[in-house]
Design a binder for this molecule. Structure first.
Ligand code: F6R
Length: 622
């Protein structure tokens, strides 16, 4: 939440791209993190210039066009997801202090801001906004004066007074040769250039300019100048960052000819699954998960797995439960991260915590992982973002290779998470001797066929888009599923809620008769995710009965079924067929029509598919 960029470059660099160009390009790429307001501040000729505007980045661009800023080689930029204070111009970042010579931007929540503010007010300070950020700006300003003009030290001293989660970036007119930042529980990466350096909430903030980056640890201050990156801990001791190279380029974060990022990312899914499967076996076909860093002996002795995640990632976790329990015969619990640590869970060193997070920065999940570690559990992250906090703080990581996901609604990361969970399950089954090698080989071979099958579903997308256009006025849509189809139903409902603002619910089909069937009225649209007729017979037959039950009560039934499943035809207004695969692997196919449906319906209603209201990607507040 909130996108942050910082830049400093030598004049020969900034003659190619001025600081403002770099900042605005970074904000364009980071806008998915929040779009309540945007702002920039640059330093030139001993003064700070600032422009900020509520609403999307486009509003800021118009503001700058109307009132151009002077050329500069240093600056900071921010795109906001509001926490403290309404999303208006006044509360937009940057915030100024020290006679408008200091500009500060912030991501996160400063939990002790009220106490700090009261103290500052009692000493005569006045505030222009309702934000917690302005409190940090005032503190940095006070320390700047007290230290005789040392912005790094001022930032460090202020950071030590703050509680909660924050990434802060500051520039000062009296020390224009640097951008200084601090972080606690909130993301920040450094981009390394030649004669220029960058800061970003994530690497997309500077991907147009460099793919070389440095990870920061918790509680650190970083100072970037044109030729140096200096890191210190909050206690003042020197520190080293970990260097890494970004393995995707700027083009991967563009729309690639599609109208929206979401459409593009839905179409990226064959590759996301393929890349996530890539290089996971040795010459003899045995799974080798190199990044795991947990001793195989320890994995053999795990007695329970708890999957922690939120939102779409939690639905991927539910799919993982069905597969891992079936293949590994180890109990798997799935829990929303924000509920987990408040219920006194039973964890010990034979518990494996598997966290699922696209961003690797979701605060609820990070806090739950930290809590589990404190209780002695082993922690493994399944994550899509290299260098992010959750994998860094976990004992092990299994990266998904979906590439950058920009649309707020998650699509390709979901399929990649499911794929990685299957790999983990198969790997544990291999280690613990729960499946024969031939069985593992067969499942892997079927997994490798999935990308081509997803492509088939995508190729038939027009049928779904047509239905979405017809259904644009539906006030409510229900989704039913059983077994692995149940999390798919919930994911279908979530997609529709979050981008089309339609009331939608996903239910376990068997639960219907225990209450929700009362919702069925004449014409109520109900999507049903039908299990394979080749799986457990009873499962398929039961779902067909569920379709009949809702249809008998007037529902308009739309089914997503396996190719050749004739049993659903008589009871479905429309059937979307997906290619045949193993029953446990079906979510990789049955999810896709539901994503296409939500995306097309939101577009039909004229909504901003990539940046739905009230939401932001990367939820870095609890
Ligand atoms: C929904 C969506 C969210 C995220 C959730 C967790 O489309 O994107 O529900 O899945 O906020 O985010 P990550 O996976 O980054 O931890």
């Amino acid at each position: 939440m909130c996108g942050i960029v910082g830049y400093i470059g030598l004049p020969e660099k900034t003659s190619q791209h001025g600081a403002l160009d770099v900042l605005l390009e970074g904000l364009r790429r980071l806008e998915y993190r929040g779009y309540d307001s945007a702002g920039v501040a640059t330093v030139a000729s001993g003064t700070v210039s600032m422009r900020k505007k509520s609403g999307k980045l486009a509003n800021l661009l118009s503001e700058i066009e109307a009132e151009p800023m002077t050329e500069a080689s240093v600056g900071i930029g921010h795109t906001r997801w509001a926490t403290h204070g309404a999303p208006n111009d006044l509360n937009a970042h940057p915030h100024l202090a020290d006679g408008d010579k200091l500009a500060v931007i912030h991501n996160g929540i400063i939990e002790n801001f009220a106490q700090l503010k009261a103290k500052l007010v009692s000493t005569g300070e006045t505030f222009a906004s309702e934000t917690d950020t302005e409190v940090a700006a005032k503190l940095i300003a006070q320390h700047f004066t007290a230290t005789g003009g040392d912005l790094t030290e001022a930032m460090r001293l202020a950071a030590n007074q703050l509680e909660g989660a924050f990434t802060l970036l500051a520039v000062h007119a009296d020390q224009p040769d640097r951008v200084v930042a601090s972080r606690r529980n909130s993301p920040l990466v450094v981009g390394l250039g030649d004669g220029e350096n960058f800061l970003g909430s994530d690497v997309s903030g500077f991907i147009d300019f460099t793919r070389e980056a440095v990870e920061l640890e918790q509680d650190q201050v970083v100072t970037i100048t044109t030729d140096d990156v200096a890191i210190i801990n909050f206690d003042g001791s020197p520190a080293e960052g970990k260097r890494f190279s970004v393995n995707w380029d700027a083009a991967a974060a563009e729309k690639g000819g599609f109208g929206t990022f979401m459409e593009k990312e839905i179409h990226d899914q064959p590759k996301a699954v393929e890349d996530t499967l890539l290089g996971r076996t040795d010459a003899s076909g045995r799974l080798v998960l190199d990044e795991l860093r947990i001793d195989p002996e320890e994995l053999k002795n795990i007695s329970k797995i708890i999957v922690l995640a939120c939102g779409t990632s939690a639905y991927a976790g539910m799919v993982a439960k069905y597969a891992i329990e079936h293949w590994v015969r180890v109990p798997v619990e799935v829990e929303l991260s924000h509920e987990f640590r408040y219920r006194d869970p039973i964890i010990d060193d034979s518990t494996l915590i598997v966290s699922l997070s696209q961003s690797g920065e979701t605060m609820d999940t990070l806090m739950a992982v930290r809590y589990a570690k404190e209780q002695g559990a082993r922690t493994l992250a399944i994550c899509n973002t290299n260098g992010s906090t959750i994998p860094r703080e976990s004992d092990a990581v299994l990266y998904t290779h979906a590439g950058p996901e920009i649309a707020v609604a998650s699509t390709k990361a979901f399929l990649a998470q499911i794929t990685a969970s299957y790999l983990l399950g198969l790997y544990m089954a291999q280690l613990r001797g729960k499946l024969f090698q031939g069985e593992i080989d067969d499942i892997l071979a079927d997994l490798h066929k999935i990308p081509g099958k997803i492509q088939e579903v995508l190729d038939g997308g027009e049928q779904i888009r047509e239905l979405a256009r017809e259904m644009a006025q539906a006030p409510s849509v229900l989704f039913l599923g059983r077994h692995v189809g149940y999390p798919v139903a919930m994911e279908g409902a979530l997609k529709l809620k979050e981008i089309a603002y339609i009331h939608a619910e996903g239910f376990a089909a068997g639960e219907l008769k225990h209450g929700p069937i009362a919702l069925i009225d004449q014409g109520q649209p109900v999507f049903v995710v039908v299990p394979s007729p080749h799986g457990r017979d009873s499962l398929h037959a039961k779902v067909v009965s569920n379709i009949q039950e809702v249809r008998a009560r007037g529902a308009k039934t739309i089914t997503v079924a396996e190719a050749g499943d004739a049993d659903v035809v008589d009871y479905s207004e429309q059937v979307f067929y997906v290619p045949e695969t193993q029953p446990l692997l079906m979510p990789l196919l049955t999810t896709v029509p539901l994503q296409i449906f939500a995306c097309a319906l939101a577009a039909e209603k004229g909504y901003d598919v990539d940046q739905p209201r009230n939401l932001a990607k990367s939820v870095t507040v609890e």
